[in-house]
Design a protein around this ligand. Structure first.
Ligand SMILES: [Zn+2]
Ligand SMILES: [Zn+2]
Length: 260
């Protein structure tokens, strides 16, 4: 439970890990380079939201006024071309507070809308550390109701003790304990419906947890295998694993910040 109770400052670790992976995974350099440019923007939004503490009704307007302009600047300057063009088009045509409000309520949106809303609003949600009154079920975030982006096994400090499995929220970054033997997409419990794939040469600390019942997958990170891993950063770099899973007909429970 320790890692959910003791919150360390996540931003220096994210920057450092992104720099490490930029040298390790050349195939992910475009996406990781862009993420590296976004990190200071998100960190600034997180720190400001800790001070300002915007309430739920002010949140969309706050995000649009205080965060989104710099997210757009960085995307135009350093984003992959497809994302850049889509975001510029959306920025010119959309009712932006409505766009953020719909993302906050979990409405269906285009990939560009999701990126713009998520890149801008998620650091604010992360800073606010919200508490939902009645969680939907344990496959959704107890704080905001979001879907899990990934799962991970934490370091326990005791060599022979296997730690719990955590899910990490795709919206607010909150983590929560989740059963090892259950599909995080649909709740399936029979192991023969849940194939696990690995590519140990490149990703010794990562596995694909797939499910034939719902045809979803997510990536699981074993921090005991790589204690420097920062799951939310590493997940962006696992493009070959995403490709492998997609070729077998699986869809990620929810795409990551950069759309994979
Ligand atoms: Zn959440
Ligand atoms: Zn499933």
């Amino acid at each position: 439970m320790i890692s959910t109770l003791v919150r360390t400052d996540p931003w220096p670790l994210r920057r450092q890990r992104t720099d490490e992976l930029l040298t390790r995974y050349a195939f992910a350099s475009e996406l990781l380079g862009f993420y590296r440019s976004l990190l200071p923007v998100q960190e600034k939004a997180y720190r400001a939201a800790e001070e300002d503490h915007p309430g739920p009704t002010d949140l969309p307007r706050y995000v649009v006024d205080r965060v989104m302009p710099t997210v757009i600047d960085v995307t135009v300057a350093d984003g992959p071309r497809r994302l850049r063009d889509g975001v510029v088009e959306r920025f010119c045509s959309a009712d932006l507070p409505d766009l953020v409000g719909r993302w906050l309520s979990g409405a269906a949106q285009t990939p560009f809308e999701v990126f713009l809303a998520r890149a801008s609003a998620s650091p604010v949600l992360e800073a606010l550390k919200g508490e939902r009154e009645s969680p939907l079920n344990d496959r959704h975030c107890p704080a905001c109701g979001g879907l899990p982006q990934l799962s991970y096994f934490a370091v326990t400090g005791e060599a022979l003790v296997t730690g719990p499995r955590y899910l990490l929220c795709s919206r607010c970054g909150r983590t929560w304990v989740f059963s090892r033997m259950v599909c995080a997409g649909c709740g399936e419990r029979s192991g023969n419906q849940m194939p696990i794939y690995r590519e140990e040469a490149q990703f010794p600390h990562v596995r694909i947890d797939a499910c034939q019942a719902c045809q979803h997958y997510l990536l699981t990170f074993d921090l005991r295998q790589d204690t420097a891993a920062v799951p939310v950063v590493d997940e962006l770099a696992c493009l070959p694993l995403d490709l492998f899973a997609r070729e077998r007909g699986f869809t990620k429970i929810t795409p990551n910040l950069l759309g994979n």
